[in-house]
Design a protein around this ligand. Structure first.
Ligand SMILES: C[S@@+](CC[C@H](N)C(=O)[O-])C[C@H]1O[C@@H](n2cnc3c(N)ncnc32)[C@H](O)[C@@H]1O
Length: 326
């Protein structure tokens, strides 16, 4: 399906329009449409401010800002190594300083996770939770289903899924970062679950058989993947006909200029690789999915150290539902 056809389909179903109508006043105020400057000036200013901020941080910690040197050398291995470095630290030092929220309290208060369900999971998992939305409230996961979590990190969503599907179902995680795999494996053992496994692999080439999965979930990962369209086609491949893709991701309110989208640090922070809501819905529809719709928005940046920058770009978390035709 070409871009204009799938975009037209998404709009024709009211899915994109519906999400725009749902925006709160706060949401509208955070879009760049309401700014007096044009996109280029806006992103240039933002990028300069980000550079100054990084330089100041670098000086105070004895490091130089990587902004300028990163801006022109973005490639897939560069992105993946920055992502692995950052999320290794999330796995090994969850109480350290990060420019985004982490942990159980954040999941409950900002993303609507159930307090009792989160409380039943090992701290080793929930401490390093780094999602941006909540796939579990998009559509129920049923007993006996086979669920794949792409980029489960320390395994919070993966173990919630394993508990939902029960002993007759299975939950499989595919994760790229070794330190996350270690943390997730320890948490699975602590839970005593034997219907769940984690495999090392990449979202762009899933170690999963064709048409073998009932539900694919993911939370805060697609925006980190260099070739998002390829990753979505992989999801389509592994789902059985009629299978659901229920995922959380970051969107921005305007197409990012290269100063931002070619900065590896901003990629690792889930911003550089983010697309607009319409762009993301279109990308998923282009892979062949139907009933693609944004079901909820999340203000996952409130109170973070990058809130100011994130507000200017209209960064927020979204829950997205998609169906592989039966
Ligand atoms: C923002 S964290 C979210 C982790 C988890 N979903 C959660 O909610 O806590 C992103 C995770 O995706 C993993 N990841 C990033 N890119 C990936 C890729 N291409 N393939 C597999 N995993 C990836 C990272 O290693 C990290 O664990």
């Amino acid at each position: 399906m070409n871009r204009s056809t799938s975009e037209a389909n998404a709009v024709a179903t009211g899915e994109v329009e519906g999400t725009v109508r749902d925006l709160s006043l706060d949401d509208k105020q955070m879009t760049t449409d309401s700014c007096a400057v044009n996109t280029e000036q806006h992103h240039g200013l933002l990028c300069s401010l980000y550079g100054v901020w990084q330089t100041m941080k670098g000086r105070s910690s004895g490091r130089q800002s990587k902004m300028a040197s990163n801006a022109s050398d973005l490639d897939s291995p560069g992105i993946q190594s920055a992502v692995e470095k950052l999320y290794s630290r999330v796995a090994t030092d969850p109480n350290g300083k990060f420019e985004f929220h982490l942990g159980a309290e954040y999941a409950i208060s900002k993303l609507g996770y159930d307090k009792a369900e989160i409380g039943a999971l090992p701290k080793s998992s929930t401490q390093s939770f780094a999602g941006v939305a909540n796939p579990h409230i998009i559509d129920p996961i049923h007993t006996g289903e086979v669920v794949l979590d792409i980029g489960p990190g320390s395994g919070t969503d993966l173990m919630l899924a394993a508990r939902r599907v029960g002993p007759t179902g299975r939950a499989i995680g595919v994760e790229m970062t070794e330190e996350m795999i270690k943390r997730c494996t320890a948490s699975i053992a602590a839970m005593g679950l034997n219907n769940v496994e984690i495999r090392r692999g990449n979202a762009e080439s899933l170690p999963i058989d064709d048409a073998s999965i009932d539900v694919v979930i993911s939370n805060g990962v697609l925006n980190l993947v260099p070739d998002k369209a390829l990753a979505v086609r992989e999801v389509f491949r592994v789902l059985r006909p009629g299978g659901r893709f229920l995922f959380g991701d970051i969107v921005v309110s305007t197409t990012l200029l290269q100063k931002i989208s070619r900065n590896v640090d901003l990629w690792a922070l889930c911003v550089g690789g983010a697309t607009t809501e319409t762009g993301l819905v279109t990308l998923v529809a282009e892979a062949g999915f139907q009933r693609v719709k944004v079901t909820k928005h999340f203000d996952c940046v409130r109170g973070t150290s990058k809130e100011f920058f994130a507000r200017f770009l209209g960064v927020r978390g979204v829950n997205i539902h998609a169906l592989k035709p039966g």
